[in-house]
Design a protein around this ligand. Sequence first.
Ligand SMILES: CC(C)NC(=O)[C@H](Cc1c[nH]c2ccccc12)NC(=O)[C@H](CCCC/N=C(/NCCC(=O)O)S[C@H]1O[C@H](COP(=O)(O)OP(=O)(O)OC[C@H]2O[C@@H](n3cnc4c(N)ncnc43)[C@H](O)[C@@H]2O)[C@@H](O)[C@H]1O)NC(=O)OCc1ccccc1
Length: 224
Amino acid sequence: MTEHIVILTGAGISAESGLGTFRDEGGLWAQHRIEDVATPEGFARDPELVQRFYNMRRAEAVKAAPNAAHRALAALEAVHDVLIVTQNVDGLHEAAGSKNVLHMHGSLARAMCATCQARWDAPLVMTVSDACPSCGAKATRPDIVWFGEIPYGMEKIDAALSQATLFASIGTSGNVYPAAGFVAEARRLGVPTVELNLEPSAGYSMFDEVRIGPASETVPEWVA
Ligand SMILES: CC(C)NC(=O)[C@H](Cc1c[nH]c2ccccc12)NC(=O)[C@H](CCCC/N=C(/NCCC(=O)O)S[C@H]1O[C@H](COP(=O)(O)OP(=O)(O)OC[C@H]2O[C@@H](n3cnc4c(N)ncnc43)[C@H](O)[C@@H]2O)[C@@H](O)[C@H]1O)NC(=O)OCc1ccccc1
């Protein structure tokens, strides 16, 4: 029987590919203040600092390779109807072969004009003097959803949850909304829920099943 599976992923699924998570020891938020690098106010205050932060993230992401967890989810698409809703801005799901991926917090691979909202493929290194190819304004920013901004694809996510036969959450601490609220929505809809994480997340008690361990081990086991 074909399952309709909605899979939420976070930084933990890319940790074993060498990409830092946010809240773990020495994680991104230990080295950078969210207010400075991941808010529209921070970008207005110091766009150079923000561009440097995301140039660093982009340089790391292009060097990284998908791990067994990404590959297992790509294989799942061949058997079931899968929508991956990722909070990650790296391209490792697509690099592993997943086709149905929704980047609810944007992508390092895209740039955006803060003036006209035009979007285009980001160069490896973005600078504050980059001009918008559409309106010429020098207000280009990474096409990333910052705190206080509306995530992408909320309608598609709500529609998929209302059709889902299974909701899974992989490698996320469950601290950032609206993503952290999806499990409650799935429960409200009577959809079975499972969490796969290195440690219980903030919302672990809301899941029907919790599997603890590194994603490169737990995800292939869960998919098998
Ligand atoms: C801090 C928090 C309290 N604040 C928010 O949630 C805010 C405000 C808010 C809204 N609603 C609320 C309700 C209550 C309280 C606050 C709010 N939310 C917003 O501003 C959002 C926008 C939030 C998006 C911000 N941008 C990001 N990213 C892009 C940037 C960038 O990447 O630089 S968030 C960023 O941080 C979050 C990090 O979380 P995780 O990915 O989970 O990473 P973390 O390090 O925390 O955890 C890693 C986990 O993996 C595990 N792990 C580690 N290694 C492994 C391993 N090897 N295997 C398995 N697991 C592993 C660890 O154990 C750990 O549990 C991700 O979402 C990530 O994308 N916008 C919005 O709400 O708009 C309105 C709206 C709402 C609904 C509908 C319409 C409009």
